[in-house]
Design a binder for this molecule. Structure first.
Ligand SMILES: [Zn+2]
Length: 398
């Protein structure tokens, strides 16, 4: 399918979704109205595309006005888990097999029955750990819920339990392999996501692991794309509508132009419709030689807004500023993100007020960042900071 044929293949599902969900979900009906449409008039891709993308900030505002889910979740819905992402933004997980739809991505990476998977995504509050566990279980694999940290114990578990597959950040996989340098881990396939995989890191990993595949998705929407054996771009899933939309008009760009990734999930109890991920990408217009029918995204090309992904988690300038705003003794601060040995490094430069002990202040700032933002950061006292952004991103990806 061409990108546009893929988009138009959802016409019947769009009509069914909106007709059903807008009766129960008031914010969805309101968005149709803002577009000058009755819900019954949203019957295909063209009418759906008249609805403005819902930004992450707008979803956050909905949730804050009407906690916890902004009226987006049917009160009768069968829910299994609630998650909290940075913002804080809350996500419900509906009670059904593979609710985040990662099984197609894991199957393409060669995961299947009999595999023993080390799942090195976090299980604390945010969805990634449980999300990928559901996907791995859906393809019949056994999951070791490793989370992040305790690498020595994870290495031992790999050896004792016969772990042969990995899910997590690529930088974490590299660190794990380095830590285990003298002991072969037996990992034969790896599915990595949530941060870019630069060519140099990919080569490093592929010298040690036969199959390394990337996925692309978000905490709100789950699987939005995955690599096949060609490793050239991300096939969009057939069970969610992924569009690339112009930043000004919100209209889809099927011709390979760059725009925002906008997703519609066909889930009437939690209808995430035209959700703007804030990620930039573009469609590849040529078909993939692998024979899969869905088109491919060219990968992650940046962020629409200011929220910045660090170590697979979003850091919002507003949230970062708020976290430190009322800390006594702190005159000014700035977060700096760079890359060190293929890992994101977050530092916070701080200017102490007169008479304040820099080391003591640094300790307090580090603790506040850990507890409020859930990031570890190195804190560097400095004498002076020029005017500038709250977060300075110095990373390069080559
Ligand atoms: Zn392919």
């Amino acid at each position: 399918m061409t990108p546009e044929e893929y988009g138009r293949s959802f016409d019947a599902r769009i009509e069914e979704l909106i007709g059903d969900a807008a009766e129960r979900i008031e914010p969805l009906a309101a968005r149709c109205e803002s577009a000058g449409l009755l819900p019954s008039e949203v019957i295909d891709l063209d009418s759906l595309d008249r609805i403005d993308p819902l930004t992450k900030d707008a979803l956050l505002a909905l949730q804050q006005d009407d906690p916890p889910f902004g009226g987006m979740l049917d009160p009768e819905a069968d829910v299994r888990r609630y998650f909290q992402s940075p913002g804080p933004l809350y996500e419900p997980e509906l009670n059904r097999p593979d609710p985040w739809r990662w099984s197609s991505a894991l199957t393409a990476a060669g995961f299947g029955p009999g595999d023993v998977v080390l799942n090195a995504f976090g299980y604390h509050l945010s969805p990634a750990g449980a999300m990928f566990e559901e996907g791995a279980r859906a393809v019949g694999a056994i999951v070791v819920p490793a989370g992040v940290g305790n690498m020595d114990l994870q290495i031992q578990a790999c050896q004792d339990l016969g772990v042969n597959a990995f899910i997590g950040l690529p930088s974490y996989l590299k660190a794990l392999l380095e830590k285990a340098s003298n002991t072969p881990l037996g990992i034969k396939k790896a599915f990595v996501t949530a941060e870019p995989l630069p060519p140099s890191l990919r080569t490093w990993l592929e010298e040690r692991i036969p199959v390394v595949r990337q996925g692309y998705g978000t905490a709100e929407a789950g699987n939005l794309g995955y690599e096949c054996e060609r490793g050239e771009g991300f096939h969009v899933p057939s069970d969610a509508l992924v569009e690339v939309c112009a930043l000004d008009t919100g209209l889809p760009l099927w011709d390979g132009s760059e725009g925002q990734v906008v997703v519609t999930l066909f889930e009437p109890d939690y209808p995430l419709v035209r959700f703007g991920t804030g990620d930039l990408s573009r469609f590849m217009t040529e078909p993939c030689p692998c024979g899969r029918v869905t088109p491919r995204l060219a990968g992650w090309l940046g962020r629409v807004g200011d929220a910045i992904k660090v170590r697979g988690m979003f850091l919002h300038p507003l949230q970062a500023a708020r976290a430190l705003a009322d800390l006594p003794g702190l005159a000014a601060f700035r977060f700096v993100i760079d890359r060190f040995e293929h890992k994101d490094r977050l530092t916070c430069a701080v200017v102490p007020e007169g008479g304040v002990d820099p080391a003591e202040l640094a300790g307090k700032v580090a603790e506040r960042i850990r507890s409020v933002l859930r990031f570890r950061a190195e804190v560097e006292p400095v004498d002076h900071l020029d005017e500038g952004p709250v977060i300075e991103d110095r990373r390069t990806w080559d």
